[in-house]
Design a protein around this ligand. Structure first.
Ligand code: ADP
Length: 553
């Protein structure tokens, strides 16, 4: 029922107005002095206040100001009952309407009705406006929460961002998030406006546990959990006051934190005021927002753990290779020198058959020692222990030297090796022995993977400020799908020729590391069954810069 406050010091007029308006169904509250009028207005929040301006002892502008300045009554419609002699402009300014005395009853009722309608419309407008402002605010919080969530993969930071978002958008008094780390290990993060009693802390643990179990009533729990496995982590906002068990009957919103594949925990917020449907939607949205980054955080954690394990394995493997190759080198050297000695005839004559067997043994021991040297080199490079003797050198020299040492092998397969150089000298700052090793690995591959009667072209050229060496063969080539594996350790591409010629899959990874140690790059182009070109570049030595850096060092 609409409430009307009648402020008039004349008891007769007050009575007449009260009878008239209660007669048409309004609830009437009469006030005969200023003090009574102000306290009634504050207590009742009337829809309409009718003020008789010819009431001695009542300051009309005071009452108008008071009503308009109070939050509860600022939309109360003020209608002045004026007589010609009492209407002052100052008073009229604060009012919403007026009726002159003596008043016509029908006009009075019609004016009151019209103002009631205005009041109702204003109420609707305020409510809509407030809801709109609240929704906008919540939207803003959601937006800033989601952008913060995107910036981290730390699990506890993510939960904190969620709690902050919930606090800002839903103004809770207490929030508790049960985060399950692993079976029988959970953290209960409690964010409370005021300190909490020990009883409430225990109550929240129990409530979180029951909430969690209620989610899986008929099925098995994803993590087994008892109350003793829950470790509370309490954050208090304001150190005054104390929350006790009674806040557990306040309004609450509860949700599980999960994605379709993963369960992380639960969250509940509590406050005295009731939550609206929109609050609940906002709550669910914030909680949902955190689930995906939590899943990413979990994967990231697992990835980090696996990475640490892999690094450890890789280290162990390198150590193992280095130890074993060292241990093998000594006996191999002594076998080699014994074979050399026997083959030289200094230990007595040997028959042809014996000689053939000894030569076979010598070839195999040479191969074995090559493999061991490769393994040792790679483990040294990977441990950063490879030593380089950089010095100015003409890159054409080591290339020529390697080609001549492979001449014999190439001839056996009737493979022609052609060298093209535009110049006699191309200086680089390099370790000659390592450059020889790179070229040697490439030439040996080119010979290995080129059938008899093939051809290998070696080109040395200066391109800009780099020396480029490229080896082109017309051998078996490499299939597109195998190309990414070529520079990987221990990788051999399956082919009948690979099986026949053998190898370790270490030549190219070593070459790559050595070229990179010279500040260069190595790459290849290949067409299956047509041939391959392996190239590398090393910066050309600029004598002036080299001289300067030597003086400085
Ligand atoms: P290895 O020669 O000991 O097998 P590498 O690391 O030198 O090991 O080479 C890796 C693989 O790359 C070889 O097994 C071979 O399959 C391929 N490959 C290298 N060079 C050539 C080439 N010139 N032609 C065709 N395939 C090649």
């Amino acid at each position: 029922m609409s409430k009307i406050l009648i402020i008039c010091s004349c008891p007769r007029t007050n009575k007449d107005l009260s009878e008239l308006l209660s007669g048409v169904g309004y609830e009437i509250f009469p006030a005969t002095d200023e003090q009574q009028a102000i306290s009634q207005a504050e207590e009742l929040c009337p829809d309409i206040a009718i003020i008789d301006t010819s009431s001695p002892g009542i300051n009309i502008s005071n009452i108008c100001k008071n009503l308009k300045l109070q939050n509860k009554t600022n939309d109360t419609q003020i209608i002045l009952l004026t007589s010609k002699d009492s209407s002052s402009e100052e008073v009229l300014v604060g009012a919403d309407g007026y009726i002159t005395k003596p008043f016509n009853e029908n006009i009075l009722i019609a004016t009151v009705n019209a103002h009631l309608r205005i009041k109702k419309l204003l109420d609707i407008l305020y409510t809509n406006n407030n809801e709109l402002a609240k929704s906008l605010y919540q939207l803003n919080v959601l937006y800033s929460t989601s952008s913060q969530l995107a910036g981290t993969l730390d699990k506890s930071k993510l939960i904190n961002i969620m709690n902050n978002g919930l606090e800002k958008s839903l103004n809770f008094s207490l929030c508790h998030a049960l985060v399950i780390n692993e079976p029988e290990n959970a953290t209960l993060i409690i964010n409370s406006l005021h300190p909490i009693s020990k009883r409430l802390e225990e109550g929240l643990k129990l409530r979180a546990l029951i909430g969690y179990k209620s989610l899986f009533e008929d099925s098995e729990l994803p993590f087994s959990l008892s109350i003793n496995n829950i470790n509370p982590e309490i954050n208090i906002k304001n150190n005054e006051g104390l929350f006790d068990l009674d806040i557990l009957v306040w309004d609450r919103l509860f949700s599980s934190i999960n994605t379709s594949d993963q369960f992380f925990g639960t969250v509940e917020i509590i406050r005295e005021d009731r939550f609206t449907g929109e609050d609940s939607t906002c709550f669910q949205t914030v909680v949902k927002q955190v689930s995906l980054p939590l899943e990413s955080a979990l994967f990231y954690e697992e990835l980090k753990k696996t990475n640490v394990k892999l690094e450890k394995l890789e280290r162990l493997k390198s150590e193992f290779i280095s130890i074993v190759s060292h241990e093998l080198r000594t006996p191999i050297t002594s076998i080699k020198s014994s074979l050399d000695m026997l083959l030289s005839g200094r230990m007595g004559g040997i028959s042809d058959t014996q000689g053939n067997f000894l030569s076979l043994a010598q070839r195999n021991i040479d191969r074995l020692s090559g493999i061991i040297n490769d393994l040792l080199d790679l483990s040294k490079i990977e441990a950063g222990k490879m030593e380089y003797r950089f010095a100015p050198c003409n890159i054409i020299e080591p290339v020529k030297f390697v080609l001549s040492s492979f001449e014999h092998l190439a001839k056996k397969k009737n493979i022609a090796i052609k060298l093209e150089t535009g110049t006699e000298e191309l200086k680089v700052n390099g370790d000659t022995a390592r450059i020889e090793q790179v070229v040697s690995n490439l030439v040996s591959n080119a010979i290995k993977f080129t059938p008899e009667n093939g051809e290998i072209r070696v080109k040395i050229e200066e391109i800009g400020d780099r020396a480029k060496v490229s080896l082109t063969d017309n051998g078996i080539g490499i299939k597109k799908e195998d190309m990414p594996k070529v520079f990987d350790k221990f990788q051999q591409i399956e082919s009948s020729l690979t099986r026949k010629v053998g190898g370790t899959g270490l030549g190219l990874p070593i070459a790559k590391q050595l070229v990179e140690a010279h500040g260069g790059e190595i790459w290849f182009e290949s067409e299956f069954e047509k041939g391959s070109t392996f190239s590398f570049i090393i910066p050309v030595l600029r004598e002036d810069i080299y001289a300067k850096s030597n003086i400085n060092s």
